[in-house]
Design a protein around this ligand. Structure first.
Ligand code: ZN
Length: 296
């Protein structure tokens, strides 16, 4: 298992903002101090404009670079956010490269990406890392690329960018109604949405995750790109769902059992237990047992 990261992603933030550097800093610390899961480390790839432009318009790239103003109150014009967002995309591309080489990889960077639309930034997201990586996977010769988004929020940006792209399927399990208030039904021929109400019982949530994975695997993808968000966790301050830490381990295990190349990138997840949730997921992917449930 390889972790793709770059500590420069810890260098920006805003007091009181939930998407803060500590999410990644504490996760890196836990991954480095644990010894049971052997880890290798890698850096993000450089991302040329032409690769970003498969997913975003030139006008959007210019706006992210220009820092003329906040995109919305969630998505500030941080100094150098363009470089940070580009490195997040580079992390996804490195994770794809590793996965092609037979090495499962997790990109542990910020900002997240799955709300970033072709033409706009929103919801803490500026460039859509998973969509760029899915399109790059197609360019590299894969003909069936599945994107699975288990963040508690709908991956509206990923849907916007991948809609009706031949060779890609997008599957999202998320809370609805809830931010960004999209994803109530399937869209087009390749975007499959699985909306779940606030406070869905854990067993029901897990059943939908399992069925979604079965449907996705039934399409016989050659590679699975994961938008790994950990905000459906029961103690998450934003999500209002009831998944336990062991459920993210189960997700990792289920993906491992597919025997397909898998790469994952961090999207959301805001509880203080995020590091445990990530480690549990990675242990599942690597075939190790679950850890004890963290206490509140
Ligand atoms: Zn989220």
């Amino acid at each position: 298992m390889t972790i793709v990261t770059d500590e420069r992603c810890l260098e920006y933030g805003q007091t009181g903002h939930l998407e803060r550097a500590g999410r990644v800093a504490r996760s890196l610390a836990l991954l480095r101090e644990q010894t049971e899961l052997p880890l290798a480390w890698a850096s993000p790839l450089e991302v040329p404009d032409r690769v970003l432009l498969r997913a975003h318009s030139a006008a959007h790239l210019e706006r992210v670079q220009s820092l003329v103003g906040n995109f919305d109150s969630d998505t500030p014009a941080y100094p150098q956010i363009e470089q940070h967002a580009r490195r997040s995309v580079g992390g996804a591309l490195r994770a794809l490269e590793l996965c092609r080489q037979g090495e499962p990889a997790f990109s542990l960077l910020r900002p997240p990406g799955h709300h970033a639309l072709r033409e706009n930034a929103m919801g803490f997201c500026y460039y859509n890392s998973i969509a760029v990586a899915a399109l790059e996977a197609l360019r590299q010769g894969y003909s069936r690329v599945a994107v699975f988004d288990f963040d508690v929020h709908h991956g509206n940006g990923t849907e916007d960018i991948l809609l009706e792209h031949a060779g890609v399927q997008f599957h999202s399990v998320h809370q609805f109604p809830g931010y960004p208030d999209t994803g109530s039904a399937n869209v087009g021929s390749n975007c499959f949405n699985h909306p779940l109400p606030v406070g869905t019982p854990r067993e029901a949530y897990l059943k939908v995750l399992q069925r979604t994975l079965e449907t996705l695997l039934g399409w016989h993808p050659e590679v699975i790109a994961i938008s790994a968000g950990f905000d459906a966790f029961q103690h998450d301050p934003i999500g209002r769902q009831s998944l336990m830490a062991q459920d993210f381990h189960w997700l990792g295990q289920a993906l491992r059992a597919s025997n397909l190349p898998v790469f994952s990138i961090l999207e959301g997840g805001y509880s203080r237990h995020l590091p445990d949730l990530i480690l549990g997921y990675l242990r599942g992917l690597a075939g190790l047992a679950a850890l004890a449930e963290p206490t509140r």
